[in-house]
Design a protein around this ligand. Structure first.
Ligand code: PLP
Length: 285
């Protein structure tokens, strides 16, 4: 079955799904995006993803080109047309097409809207979570507003490739103070020796993950202690458990950091439990 994408008002076969060469998303990374998990053909935490999208658009001064209800209809339509049971839906909005100039187009142009969806392999993801992943640490060389979910992801892509080149799965960014900010496409967490969960405060130095927010509800619901603060790489090395959270990875245990085993080198009980319980706390659309 051929994949279908939504591009600026039309549902198109993938081979015809194109944006213009002077789209500002392409030329300046002048656009924002969202990724939602799809389970049983339904969107997970759509409301919060759309809220964050509105915030990202506002921060970069791109107008929301349609109502959030209309956006929701398109997301669902793309999921349905691609027959996604378990997978993800991707939404990107750029400032639009205009002659190349750093300044915003004047008069304003219509933002470009693209939606794609694809299947994920549930058994493969569960097997990965049962094994846990290795991460490496890399200096956080991103811009100062990574709380905005822009398509400007070159440092993330380079860090992810560096991880793969080192035989790891992902990278954790570390700031100038030696504190972990986040992973290349996920938030970072540790469980300290006394069983407290720690994740960085959601300021401008991390993306305010929707999965992070839902994990907070799960953590509280399960009666665990949690602290929202920066933690150093040294603390992560000494942690009992570590994990990452993102829409498509849910809660994914980290078992090695820079080649050192975290705890006993196996996925920890807290991360595993949060992964199991996660969808009880998420909203199903
Ligand atoms: N941090 C970064 C840099 C990301 O790219 C992502 C998701 O893509 C996240 C964190 C996790 O966000 P969410 O839980 O909303 O998927």
């Amino acid at each position: 079955m051929s994949r279908i994408a939504y591009v600026n008002g039309r549902y198109l076969p993938f081979r015809d799904a194109k944006v213009h060469v002077e789209d500002r998303g392409y030329q300046f990374a002048d656009g924002v995006y969202e990724v939602c998990e799809v389970r049983g053909g339904r969107l997970i935490d759509e409301r919060r993803h759309i809220e964050r999208l509105k915030r990202s658009l506002g921060e970069v001064r791109i107008r929301l080109p349609m109502s959030t209800t209309a956006l929701g209809v398109i997301l669902r339509e793309v999921v349905a047309r691609n027959r996604i049971g378990y997978g993800l839906v991707y939404l990107q909005i750029s400032r639009g097409v205009a002659r190349r100039d750093h300044a915003f187009p004047s008069p304003e142009v219509a933002p470009s809207v693209v939606v794609t969806a694809r299947r994920l392999d549930l058994a493969r993801n569960e097997a990965l979570a049962a094994k846990g992943i290795a991460v490496i640490s890399v200096p956080d060389n991103r811009w100062g507003r990574v709380d905005i979910k822009t398509v400007g992801l070159l440092p993330n892509a380079l860090a992810r490739q560096a991880a793969i080149d080192h035989g790891a799965r992902d990278a954790w960014f570390v700031d100038n103070d030696g504190a972990v900010t986040e992973a290349t496409s996920a938030n970072a967490w540790i469980v300290t020796a006394d069983g407290t969960l720690v994740t960085r405060r959601a300021d401008h130095s991390i993306l305010r993950g929707i999965t992070r927010a839902v994990t907070f509800d799960a953590v509280k619901g399960q009666g665990f202690k949690v602290e929202e603060r920066a933690f150093t790489l040294a603390e992560a090395f000494a942690a009992r458990e570590a994990f990452i959270t993102s829409a498509t990875q849910i809660v994914l245990p980290v078992v090695r950091i820079d080649g050192r085993a975290v705890g006993d080198g196996k996925p920890g009980p807290i991360a595993s439990r949060l992964r199991r319980e996660f969808h009880r706390y998420a909203e199903v659309g």
